[in-house]
Ligand binder design. Sequence first.
Ligand code: GLA
Length: 387
Amino acid sequence: MRANASALFRATFGVGPQAAASAPGRVNLLGEHTDYNGGPVLPVACAARTFVAVGSAAPGVLEMVSARDGQVTRIDYREGRAQGWGAYIVGVMRELVALGAAPAEGGARVSVAGDLPVGAGLASSAALTVAAAKALSLLAGTRLQPRQLAGVAFRAEYDHVGVRCGLMDQMSAALARPGRALLLECSSLAACHIPMAGRLLLVDSGMRRELAAGALNQRRVECEAAVARLKLELPELQWLASWPATWLPRLKRALPEPLRSRALHVVGETARARFGAQLLARGHLKRFGELLYESHESCRRLYDCSTPELDTIVAAARGAGALGARLTGAGWGGAVLVLLGTGEASSGKRETKVVDEIQRAFRAGYGREPPITVVRPSGGVRRERVV
Ligand code: GLA
C-alpha cells in the first residue's frame, strides 16, 4: 500500500514523491457519541491504513489524486473549494498554513492510497487528514507532535468540511499504540494506553453513510439543546457527559423527548466507557463484553443510531456466545465489533460458531454474507519511506 501511494504519485505526476506518511482507521470499543459531549472514548487503531505521498507544486496549488478513481483534481486552495475527499486535504493545507507548518512555496501534489474502506464507520476521513498533515508538514521540513497533527486534522474536518465530529478519530489516528486501546478523556484530552486482551472481529454490514450530510450533525444540535436546558438545573454544566449519573430523575424531568433519550445515552455511555477501561486494564473481559452489549442497546434505543442490519449481527453474535458485540463508530450503517475470549481451549470452536451464526442470520435477512475480519490493534501515524 505504501508502494501504491508512491507509484500512483509517480505515474500521475511523472516524478517521485518527496515525503510520505500513513495513519490507521479506528474501531471504538466503548464511548460512542461521547467525544463531542466531553466524555471518554476507548478506541483501538486497526491495521488498515491510509497512505499519503506528497511533493511540491506551484504556489497556492494543490494537485490531488486517489487510487480510488485515478482522477486528478487541481485547485488553488487559497480560494477554491474542492469536492469529496479533496475538501479534507484543502482543510489540512489551510490549517498548516495558519500554523506556519505548510510547504515553503505553499503548493503540493498529493497522492492517496490504502485499504481503509470509506463510510464503513472506521474513521477513514481522520486517517486521511492525519496522514496528510504528517506528510505535508514533513514536506515543509517541520516536525509536528502527534497531538498537533490531530488538531490540524480535526479543524480541517470540523471547520473546513463542516462535519461536526468530536476529536476521537483524529486522536486515535495520531496517538494509538500497537496492542493497546486508547482511553481518551475528551474534555481534558488526557490519554492513557491500556493493553487490549481478547480477540476482536469486525463485521461490515455493507451499509455506507455520508457523514457531513447526516444525522451526526443533527444529534450534536440535540445534545447542545439538552445542555442549554440542563444549565437551568445546574448552571456550571459545560458538557452533557458531566451531568452527575446520580441525578438521572432530575434529568428525565427536565428534558422533553428526544433530548431526554439522547442525554441518557451520553451519561450512561460515559459511565460505561470509564468502567470498561478499568475492567480491560484488570483483564475482566467477560464483564467488559457485557458493557458492549449494553452500549449497543443504548445506541439503538436511546441514541437511535443503529440499523436493522447492525442489530441482526449483534443479536446473532450474542446468541452464539460472543463475549460482547456492538455497532462501532457513528452508526447509521458501518460495522459491528465482536469480542471473543482467547484463554480457553474451546475459544477456536466458539469463534467458528459465532462467525457461522452471524453469516447464517445475515444471509437469512439480507441474502448475502457480510465480510468479517480480525482487528489487530495497531500503531498511530508514522512517516513512511518514499519508494
Ligand atoms: C464519528 C465522529 C466521532 C465520534 C463518532 C461517534 O465517527 O467522527 O468524532 O463522534 O462518530 O462516537
